[in-house]
Write a protein that binds this ligand. Sequence first.
Ligand code: ADP
Ligand code: MG
Length: 555
Amino acid sequence: DAEVEKHEFKAETKKLLHIVAHSLYSQREVFVRELISNSSDALEKLRHLQATSQDVSSDAQLEISISVDKDAKTITFYDSGIGMTAEELKDNLGTIARSGSKAYIEKMQDGAETKDMANTIVGQFGVGFYSAFMVGDKITVYTRSATPGSTGYCWESDGLGSYTLAKAEDVPVGTKIVINVKDDAKEFLEKEKLDEIIKKYSNFVGFPISVNGEKVNTVDALWTKDKNSITDEEHDDFYQFVSNAWDKPMYNLVYKADGPISIRSILYAPTRNPEAVGFERVKPGVSLYSRKVLIMPNAPGLLPEWLRFIKGVVDSEDLPLNLSRELLQSGPVILRLKSIITSRIIKWLQEEANRDATKYDEFYKTFGSFIKEGTCQDAVNQKEISKLLRFETSSKEAGQLISLDEYVERMPSDQEHIYYFCTPNRQLGSESPYYEPFKQHGAEVLFLHHGLDEFVMGRLHEFKGKRLMSVDSKEANAVLEKWNKAAQAESAEGTNASLTAEQSSELTAWLLTNMGSNVKEVKVAERYMTYPAIVTDFESPSVRRMMKMMAGDSE
Ligand code: ADP
Ligand code: MG
């Protein structure tokens, strides 16, 4: 003859329950995630109490077991976690725990709930425990607190206006939630369906989850482990799991931080670049977790676009479990997370480059286009990203790469610029009259053969205070003239002074007349050359290319 107390839900809870029961269909599967997340929290709390050797009356194995019964039309979630006292039951399940949802619902006009608003609540604030009413028309909760001497309770509600609370016999420590499944939600009575949802949202929850006795979550929460305890094989498996790919990771980074934001993460650079072989644009590949519960798979906005080739997991307990797309793009925690992780990734790649230059060159040959994209688009990090760029150079064999750092280190003290030359291939570059005077002078010139390189140089403009200068630019003439004057001062008779001043001006006039509008001006070059004449650009190479494009010429 246990006494049954009847309680009314608070007004805003009633509103929320109404929304939950009537407006949300597309997102119903998230109830699994919400209940598992609560169970995981309860288990974490108990584990913490046990770990801090406080008085708890439970030594059961920490686990989440789910069972489905098609005949009874029930789904049961049981966890051996911390459980709830009667007061906690009233406080936690009788009112809306989440302050965000509460405020949002309080502001809503009565009867004004639309599907959009409902989606906002689920996406932005979360409905937590109440999400069970999306699929159930009656929810029964059996729970007993882990506090010694506690009593078991039974909480029950049809999600309409009230709930009942009564003492219950033979309740183990923990919480059992029985959902009476609605007729239109029978799909969730399929074990396969539940397995799929759990794999999708809760695969890395740090406690075993079973459905009808079979364990579902197979993969460890690798990112919470100690970096040195993770084997290469585990990395390979985990990489393949998170990326859905079959190659192996080229690099891995296990990165943890406790302040200013808590971060547990594992990141991978793949071996293959699907974009390089003409597949479609790679989608973001890093998933966001909060305390091992998936918040957003392959989260857009977590990393800048140019890092879309990076795969992995970022877990931060500072993130709310329910994160809308909008918050994901612009929420303050996300923006800080993005900035911290982006810097860390750049540093990581720099470290890998220093550790093994040959391996990094391989990486660069595969993923260099992303680094170039980053140099052009990520203004904040441009300086650091530019250290990751690699180029061919006149001082090395074709195919060998150097960094801008290496170039600058080798620069003679009186050299003011970094010289580069964009040509379709190495041979054209090294045989070109533009390159010749630099070769004569013994100056190192970067040879750029990639379509994006010219653009990158234009955007980068300088590196470590040294201007980037194309050897076929107008500014390069000034450098050549300086060299030439110095050379002439050394030898009494200039090697190229074979025309008199009069002959020179006659030739100049003749060229101007005969070349017509094809040239802007003709100058006598004060430099040694094996070529009788060369064309230097008036506009920058990229402007020239643009003009050609606009004129309908394709290269
Ligand atoms: P939130 O998880 O954001 O607090 P929920 O609506 O999901 O919101 O849960 C409300 C509260 O109910 C939780 O904070 C917790 O105190 C309690 N609770 C829910 N499920 C459990 C559980 N399985 N074991 C113990 N406490 C629970
Ligand atoms: Mg919750």
